[in-house]
Design a protein around this ligand. Structure first.
Ligand code: NAX
Length: 325
């Protein structure tokens, strides 16, 4: 389109952004004919590093990139934002309690919520990536009351892609032969990567994965702890795969997708998850930024147990976060 899409990225000097920015600027996310204006947000100590990233973006000579703004002020960064990707957050330090992590991030997402509410497009589409992402999305939404709750999401597409990748690897097929995998709940170790209705070449995946017990003992923990395993092996947390998943998330959400995908969205009572948290559900993206939570999935005892555990965790995080708001 001739009108540039205004895309804001926080944590823009970080490692996820370093993989994500070229995807966006090249047209891999919003289409090869969509002009892009980038508005990049960082904290003051990282502005020099951000400037280096901006120099490289200019050195790429991306034809779709019309303008780049660098700032440490969310009120500047979110100006007229159509899409906002929030990857900047306070990282968990060794020995840090969840409560401290939530407290640090409440102040960040409170300020960013205010700014989003004041200066972004009312139709802005937000994906929260910085951890604890579901609860950061909740805090953001709390402080951005004029932005519709359904316009704010948190990323669980990386978890879904990890699960699809593992089903393919373990059953010896290509990833595009796998369908029906869903992520429920929190982007944390309590998430439920659900393969009970997954198929491989149209046939049930569960027996091919060794049945429920093997899935419970091996497959599910593998996905739940995948982030930690990458961190241990690489010495850095997932970045390439996270950037790729953010691209997938936005492409599905904004352009629509014929496949069902997972994203953390405002709970509406579906599957007994009360309103008030950002919860990953399987959703159908119908295009134009609209989506619906897939209804009518029969949940057996096995799945119920996992969904309850991750729901409980999210409501505990909600209480901690709202006490600090
Ligand atoms: P980095 O530490 O490389 O980058 C984060 C950047 O955010 C830093 O440059 C920092 O200066 C900046 N920042 C901090 N506070 C900020 C603020 N208030 N405003 C603007 N910028 C701010 O981390 P990276 O590897 O890029 O990961 C970013 C976030 O994604 C982390 O919170 C990480 O835990 C989270 N992840 C979430 C995933 C998900 O699926 N939801 C998966 C990948 C990743 O672990």
């Amino acid at each position: 389109s001739k009108t540039p899409l205004t895309v804001c990225v926080s944590g823009a000097a970080g490692q996820i952004a370093y993989s994500l920015l070229p995807l966006i600027a090249r047209g891999d996310v919003f289409g090869r004919d969509q002009l892009i204006e980038l508005r990049l947000l960082e904290i003051k100590p990282a502005l020099d590093a951000l400037h280096g990233v901006v120099m490289e973006l200019r050195d790429c000579s991306f034809p779709l990139l019309t303008a780049i703004v660098e700032t440490d002020d969310p009120m500047v960064a979110f100006q007229h934002a159509d899409v906002t990707i929030l990857a900047g957050s306070f990282p968990r330090r060794p020995g840090m309690e969840r409560r401290d992590l939530i407290a640090r991030n409440v102040s960040i997402f409170k300020a960013q919520g205010h700014a989003l509410d004041s200066v972004a497009s009312k139709n802005v589409k937000v994906v929260v990536v910085g951890n604890p992402s579901n609860t950061n999305a909740l805090v953001l939404s709390h402080f951005a009351p004029t932005i519709p709750k359904q316009n704010i999401t948190a990323l669980t597409r990386l978890d879904q892609n990890r699960a699809v990748g593992q089903v393919a690897l373990r059953t010896g097929v290509r990833v595009d032969q796998v369908d029906g995998v869903a992520i429920w709940g929190n982007h944390s170790a309590s998430q439920y990567p659900d393969v009970t209705r997954a198929t491989v070449n149209g046939e049930p995946a569960l027996p091919k994965l060794g049945g429920r017990q093997v899935v419970a003992e091996d497959f599910i923990p593998c996905i739940q702890k995948r982030g930690a395993a990458v961190l241990k092996a690489r010495g850095f947390s997932s970045a390439m795969s996270a950037a790729n998943a953010i691209g997938d998330h936005l492409k599905s959400w904004i352009l629509g997708d014929s496949k069902i995908v997972s994203m953390a969205v405002a709970s509406d009572g579906s599957y007994d998850v009360k309103r008030g948290v950002y919860f990953s559900f399987p959703v159908r993206c119908v295009g134009g930024g609209d989506y619906e939570i897939v209804q009518g999935i029969e949940m057996d005892e096995f799945s119920r147990k996992y969904v309850s555990a991750t729901t409980e965790e999210l409501f505990a995080e909600r209480i901690e976060a709202l006490e600090l708001c």
